[in-house]
Design a protein around this ligand. Structure first.
Ligand SMILES: [Zn+2]
Length: 376
């Protein structure tokens, strides 16, 4: 095993998942994840994923509604009729992508980036545009036509266009309206022990939350929020947290691993999370400090069940937990993510075992939860 730094906050834990698995029957649904990942739902235009969510959870919840911003808010009542702790689990439906803002005279489409996408991953990529999923490409000048100077120049998003093959501005206008979204055209795929998709962030969280609603009932009043506009500032989660007023909340997300070699090919020791090491429990991120009692509760559950887990190193970024924490009089929160590589690019990659172990941990968290978790 290569040497690496081991920050003091990382607790002692088994390196590997044990060969035997605890008897938790529920499994996450890969075919559901495929449908969710392939659906297009760039921030502010989450309808396609919302329809899938509503269809999938309908028979398994006691109440469901779509709020003013488009969040899906569902309730699964506790196993016994008595008053039970009110727990909110949130997963965001939206994904990063592009918004069409104008049509050029040659029929190509101008666009703005929605959410955090690096311009480096855009050029030359196949995309789909609008609700009809028109195929297109983010045009890149071919190498034959580039002089040595242009070959080394970074192309800014303002210089890029999406080409849907329209021969004129009029033809482009007939096909695509300003305001429609574009997303990467990547098809979901199951690889050897891994999953690849354009929107694993956060359809992994959505699929987990759907799976949890299909299970149970639990000893908690389970509130589920499938949120909108997370990628542009946790906007849906803010109003969902206000509406639900939970006693505690867990954001289910997908976090970027920083575990590839650095630019000189050396092992990267600045891990925030690593693929294959199990669910990622957050201590802190750019938006919030996790409630210590919830962190400890999740760690204890994982250790008792011999599930692998990892602690995400404090750093930037944020999840819906950051917005929910500051609603009304305050909500204790924590985030649990599936680790994945290449987030916010045409294709992210996650390990199946990490997702399964995340799902097991969340199932346990619901099954074992009671008011004593938050005792001071
Ligand atoms: Zn996310």
């Amino acid at each position: 095993m290569p040497t690496r730094t081991r920050p003091p906050t990382r607790p002692a834990r088994p390196r590997r998942a044990p060969a035997h698995r605890p008897a938790i029957p529920a499994q996450p649904d890969v075919e559901l994840l495929r449908a969710l990942s392939n659906a297009a739902a760039v921030s502010g235009d989450e309808g396609a994923v919302r329809r899938l969510v509503l269809e999938a959870i309908g028979p398994h919840v006691d109440e469901v509604k779509v709020d003013a911003l488009g969040n899906v808010l569902a309730v699964k009542r506790a196993a016994r009729g008595r008053a039970a702790p009110r727990l909110l689990l949130a997963a965001h439906m939206d994904e990063v992508g592009m918004m069409i803002v104008d049509h050029d005279s040659d029929g190509s489409l101008r666009f703005e980036i929605v959410g955090g996408v690096s311009e480096r991953v855009l050029l030359g990529k196949a995309v789909t545009v609008g609700p009809r999923r028109l195929p297109g490409v983010i045009g890149a000048a071919p190498v034959h036509l580039l002089g040595s100077e242009r070959l080394e120049t970074v192309v800014r998003p303002g210089q890029m266009r999406i080409d849907i093959g329209a021969a004129s501005q009029e033809a482009a206008r007939r096909q695509v309206a300003v305001g429609e979204r574009a997303t990467f055209a990547t098809e979901f795929a199951v690889l050897a022990g891994a999953l690849r998709g354009k929107a694993l962030d956060d359809r992994l969280g959505c699929a987990s939350l759907i799976g949890l609603l299909r299970g149970g009932p639990y000893p908690v009043e389970l509130h589920a929020a499938f949120t909108v506009q997370e990628e542009v500032g946790l906007r849906g989660a803010r109003v969902a947290g206000y509406a639900v007023e939970p006693q505690a909340a867990i954001a289910l997300d997908c976090t970027p691993t920083n575990d590839l070699p650095d630019s000189r090919g050396r092992e990267n020791t600045q891990y925030n999370a690593r693929l294959g090491q199990g669910p990622v429990i957050y201590l802190a991120d750019g938006r919030t400090i996790s409630d210590r009692r919830l962190v400890d509760y999740l760690r204890r559950l994982a250790e008792d069940a011999k599930l692998p887990y990892q602690i995400r190193q404090p750093g930037g970024g944020g999840t819906d937990a950051g917005a929910i924490q500051q609603t009304r009089a305050g909500v204790p929160v924590v985030s649990v993510s599936v680790p994945a590589r290449y987030l916010h690019s045409p294709a992210a990659l996650a390990r199946s075992a990490d997702w399964e172990n995340t799902f097991r941990l969340l199932t346990l968290a619901l099954e074992r939860y009671d008011a004593r978790v938050l005792r001071r």
